[in-house]
Each structure stands twice: as structure tokens, then as C-alpha cells.
Design a binder for this molecule. Structure first.
Ligand code: A3P
Length: 333
């Protein structure tokens, strides 16, 4: 049932027509390429793992944005877990006091606290986002062009987080090799680098994904906030304030006085989160029967770790290539 506050069928896209029965046939009709631990399928210019693409198509068909939704958008390995923790803490601070012994962030993985639109099983069990009360805090790895158009027309707030592509690639390589658990040598940096530079990576091309949100944030800064991992690293409390203001719940004078921004930053820090049992044991299901340990979302949490995993020449090559792709946009890494 739709209402003026939620999406209607008027802005439908062709995927609306894909029935559950024909989903797999449709996917098998799309271009597929080997190289990553799972083959990737190309859909509307982006590459997806097969199980994820099913969720993407279902989301295109079934997801009904609502006015008031907040969507945290990222490419994987750009700091999704961190952004989920920060946005959850900021937006729930009146309900869950930051110092409270029963704060959800102390007992639940940030990935479980903010469900993905297109990966319903990733929140530690199937979450029906249609049944969640408003205002919803949701996450997605989808490019802007694959989000339902009502996300824009209903003025949902979108927070996009990106990261230096070199560190993103290094983080991706480690993640793939941990999740694949196939034994053997795993994916090698040289191979991953080559594929990434071709724009062939999960949810890639990396630069197109960033550009879509960047351009939207330029045109609609009141509804799209564009952040970088590196800026959160350098001043997390400042980003907490920006987030709160963007979400329409700015820190009050009293909160400023009691150091709320710093407290949120501390609570969501790599050190704090990795010290909690919930982030070390257990796991989440990410579609296609892939099980991902909770701990795999935390590795080093540093800026510039790429230098330990690829040569200076490779780093420069990737930088030049990304600069070229982003040229004229104003977005730089
Ligand atoms: P590294 O592999 O470089 O350490 P995502 O959540 O999008 O999958 O991204 C995972 C990356 O974010 C990993 O990067 C992980 O260590 C880092 N990360 C997770 N939580 C973090 C936090 N609280 N602070 C900083 N980085 C964090």
C-alpha cells in the first residue's frame, strides 16, 4: 500500500517486471567474467557477484523508499561498518545514551544495526526493511543510478562514504581472500590490481560509483552528503557534527559542552569496536551462501596501508588512472 510518504509505482523501472521465477534466467543472460573468487555479472554498467545481483534486482523491484529514510551508501571496503556505527550512534543518541551499558553498539555488530537494501541477509538474519518503522536507517552498496528514483524525489537523505582507491583495493583483496577460504594461494595483488584498473571489481568501476554520488552531492547538497574515509580518520568528531547537522539533528549546546561528538567518535573507533566480543565472534550471511565472519570487517583501519601491499609504481599508475577518470569533476583523492 503506498502513501504520499512512500514510493508509488509511477516511477517504475523495467526491472519491476522481472518476476521471482525469471530472476535467475535474466541474470544468466547478462555478461559474466571470471577473475575474482566468484565470477562477476555486469548489469547497467556495474559488476556484481551473482547472489548480490539477485538482491539488487529484487531491490529495484520491491524497495519502496519513504520520505525520512536515511541511506548510507558506500562501495564495499570504503568504511561501511564505521559509517554504520557512526550514523547509528548519532541518530539514536536520544534513545540510546552514549554511555549506557546496554548501548546496541556494545552488543551488536554495526553491520547488523543498519540493514542493507539489497542484501537482506547481511544483518545477521533476514530483515524485512518494508516492515521497519520510519524513520529508517538503511545502507546500500548500490550506485545512485540503481537506487529507486523515489529516493531522490522523496528527498531521502543519502550519506556517501568513499576512500582512496589504493587502500580500498588492498582492503578488498584481503577481504576476498579471507571470505573465499578456498585454500591455495588466493587472489594475487597483481591480478586484483589489473582487474580493478579495468573497472572490473565488485560494484565497480570504482570511479563511476564515486562520481555518481559526487555529482549528486554537488547538485543536491541538502540531500546527499559526500564523505571520505580519510577525513573521518583525521577528525572523526568533526564528521560526527557534520553528520548530525546533515541528518537534521544537530548537536545542541549542551551536547557540545558535554563532548558528545568526541564520545561518538571514541565509541565508533577502530580500537573500541575491535575490542568488543560481538565484533570478534560470529558472522553474517551475504547472499549466495557466503558466510562472512564478523571480525573480517576489521583489519587495520589505517590510511595508506596500500604502500605495504603494492609498489610505488602501481600506486602512481592507479592514481593517474583515477585522476583521469575523475577529471573535471572536482573530485580528487
Ligand atoms: P582495512 O582493510 O584497510 O583495514 P567496509 O566496512 O566497507 O567493509 O570496510 C572495511 C574497512 O574499514 C577495513 O579497512 C576495516 O578495517 C575498516 N574499518 C572498519 N571499522 C573501522 C573503524 N571503526 N574505524 C576505521 N576503520 C574501520
Amino acid at each position: 500500500m503506498s502513501s504520499p510518504e512512500s514510493a508509488t509505482a509511477t516511477e517504475s523501472s523495467p526491472e519491476d517486471a522481472i518476476s521471482e521465477e525469471s530472476l535467475k534466467d535474466f541474470i544468466s543472460s547478462l555478461p559474466s567474467r571470471e577473475g575474482w573468487p566468484q565470477p562477476l555479472i555486469q548489469y547497467k554498467g556495474y559488476w556484481f557477484k551473482p547472489g548480490i545481483l539477485e538482491g539488487v534486482l529484487r531491490a529495484s523491484r520491491d524497495f519502496a523508499p519513504r520520505a525520512g529514510d536515511v541511506v548510507l551508501a558506500t562501495q564495499p571496503k570504503c568504511g561501511t561498518t564505521w559509517l554504520k556505527a557512526l550514523a547509528f550512534a548519532v541518530s539514536n543518541r536520544s534513545r540510546h545514551g552514549l554511555g549506557a551499558a546496554d548501548h546496541p553498539l556494545l552488543t551488536r555488530h554495526p553491520q547488523h544495526l543498519v540493514p542493507f537494501i539489497e542484501i537482506p541477509g547481511a544483518a545477521g538474519g533476514h530483515v524485512d526493511i518494508g516492515a521497519l518503522p520510519s524513520p529508517r536507517l538503511l545502507a546500500t552498496h548500490l550506485p545512485m543510478s540503481l537506487l529507486r528514483p523515489e529516493t531522490r524525489s522523496l528527498r531521502c537523505r543519502v550519506v556517501y562514504l568513499c576512500r582512496d582507491p589504493k587502500d580500498t583495493l588492498v582492503s578488498r583483496l584481503h577481504f576476498e581472500n579471507k571470505v573465499a577460504r578456498g585454500g591455495g594461494a588466493g587472489l594475487l595483488m597483481d591480478d586484483a590490481f589489473g582487474m580493478f584498473c579495468e573497472g572490473f571489481s565488485p560494484y565497480g568501476p570504482f570511479w563511476d560509483h564515486c562520481l555518481e554520488y559526487w555529482e549528486e552531492s554537488m547538485v543536491r547538497p541538502d540531500t546527499v552528503l559526500f564523505l571520505k574515509y580519510e577525513e573521518i580518520k583525521s577528525d572523526p568528531a568533526r564528521v560526527v557534527r557534520r553528520l548530525a547537522t546533515f541528518l537534521g539533528i544537530p548537536l545542541t549546546e549542551e551536547e557540545e559542552g558535554s563532548g558528545v561528538a568526541e564520545e561518538v567518535a571514541r565509541m565508533c573507533s577502530f580500537e573500541k569496536l575491535t575490542g568488543l566480543e560481538v565484533n570478534q565472534v560470529g558472522g553474517v550471511s551475504h547472499g549466495n551462501k557466503v558466510h562472512v565472519d564478523n571480525s573480517v570487517f576489521y583489519r587495520k583501519g589505517e590510511v595508506g596501508d596500500w604502500a605495504n601491499h603494492m609498489s610505488r609504481e602501481m600506486g602512481e599508475k592507479l592514481d593517474r588512472m583515477v585522476q583521469d577518470k575523475l577529471q573535471g569533476s572536482g573530485l580528487v583523492f
